[in-house]
Ligand binder design. Sequence first.
Ligand SMILES: *[C@@H]1O[C@H](CO)[C@@H](O)[C@H](O)[C@H]1NC(C)=O
Ligand SMILES: *[C@@H]1O[C@H](CO)[C@@H](O)[C@H](O)[C@H]1NC(C)=O
Ligand SMILES: *[C@@H]1O[C@H](CO)[C@@H](O)[C@H](O)[C@H]1NC(C)=O
Ligand SMILES: *[C@@H]1O[C@H](CO)[C@@H](O)[C@H](O)[C@H]1NC(C)=O
Ligand SMILES: *[C@@H]1O[C@H](CO)[C@@H](O)[C@H](O)[C@H]1NC(C)=O
Ligand SMILES: *[C@@H]1O[C@H](CO)[C@@H](O)[C@H](O)[C@H]1NC(C)=O
Ligand SMILES: *[C@@H]1O[C@H](CO)[C@@H](O)[C@H](O)[C@H]1NC(C)=O
Length: 257
Amino acid sequence: MASVRTDSGFFVIFCLLSTLSTADLSGSFEMEMYTIPKILATCGQNLTLECDIAAEKDIEIKTFFWMEKQEICFYETENQTGPDFECRGLSYTKNSERYYNYSLTIFNVQPKHKGTYHCKLRSKQGVLNGKTIVRVQKCVGNTSTDVTPTEGSCSFKDVFPEPVVFWNQGLENLTHLAETKVMQSAEGLFSVVSKIELKKDPSNPDHYNCSLWMPLENDKNETQVQFVRAMSFSDAHKLCGHLCGVMLPLLSLVFLA
Ligand SMILES: *[C@@H]1O[C@H](CO)[C@@H](O)[C@H](O)[C@H]1NC(C)=O
Ligand SMILES: *[C@@H]1O[C@H](CO)[C@@H](O)[C@H](O)[C@H]1NC(C)=O
Ligand SMILES: *[C@@H]1O[C@H](CO)[C@@H](O)[C@H](O)[C@H]1NC(C)=O
Ligand SMILES: *[C@@H]1O[C@H](CO)[C@@H](O)[C@H](O)[C@H]1NC(C)=O
Ligand SMILES: *[C@@H]1O[C@H](CO)[C@@H](O)[C@H](O)[C@H]1NC(C)=O
Ligand SMILES: *[C@@H]1O[C@H](CO)[C@@H](O)[C@H](O)[C@H]1NC(C)=O
Ligand SMILES: *[C@@H]1O[C@H](CO)[C@@H](O)[C@H](O)[C@H]1NC(C)=O
């Protein structure tokens, strides 16, 4: 059984079947390797990939390693921890089967971590290879709003994949009145600023609402544009209209008195 763990279970296992690599041996020694073929991870999660080996007897292991574009960790006996990853290995016997389970945990998964992760075991009994494809989505970093008497804006940083911004005020769709700029950083993350001219309509009591939507993949390999985050603010002019119109004269009266 292949397994994948996460501290918060915030990602979808793409395919519950595990891939299987069986050593090609001339003898009768049997051993198998299990990995999850594909994982859809959510930004910020700790993602654990598993590469598990089951054998009928002890394996005389020469090397085991994880690699993506380059080697991530190489086991002899020790577990290894890097700044944003951790590699662990353990072995045990259960029901007269030998298990060698290796895991790679990526902390705070980001789009730069997407790729194909390979695990490879070399032993006196043969070679086993496994792989897991990792995709990363639904990233939103810092967000903020800014309101002047004439204009409101929403900004979203470190977004992935490329989003769209919609605007509404109550039931009214204001998207066509907004101007949205999307920029991409060298690491592939998007930053978005969307501005809207305020209508100064005192009869509309609703807040301006900007919402961030992105094309997200689901567990059926379909992509759908989905709502991810919204922010809202009220008309600064209207606020001042109320406060300045009522409070200020009152305050000056108090001061005058
Ligand atoms: C080791 O791997 C096997 C096969 O995937 C799995 O059934 C078992 O639960 C794993 N054991 C641990 C302690 O992770
Ligand atoms: C990821 O792991 C680190 C270190 O163990 C921990 O501090 C952090 O809270 C974890 N993050 C999540 C989202 O579980
Ligand atoms: C490596 O990590 C595993 C799983 O947490 C643990 O069971 C094992 O004792 C560790 N091995 C070493 C050599 O520290
Ligand atoms: C997000 O905002 C907080 C508080 O303003 C700041 O400390 C942090 O550096 C920001 N993070 C990024 C990635 O810009
Ligand atoms: C709002 O208008 C935009 C285009 O101006 C459109 O793409 C979007 O689907 C509309 N949203 C709703 C909820 O009708
Ligand atoms: C803002 O718009 C989003 C997307 O349409 C919606 O889910 C959310 O409830 C709205 N928030 C407010 C305060 O209107
Ligand atoms: C999933 O979709 C991608 C394109 O988005 C395609 O290349 C791939 O073959 C699809 N995989 C499956 C299992 O349908």
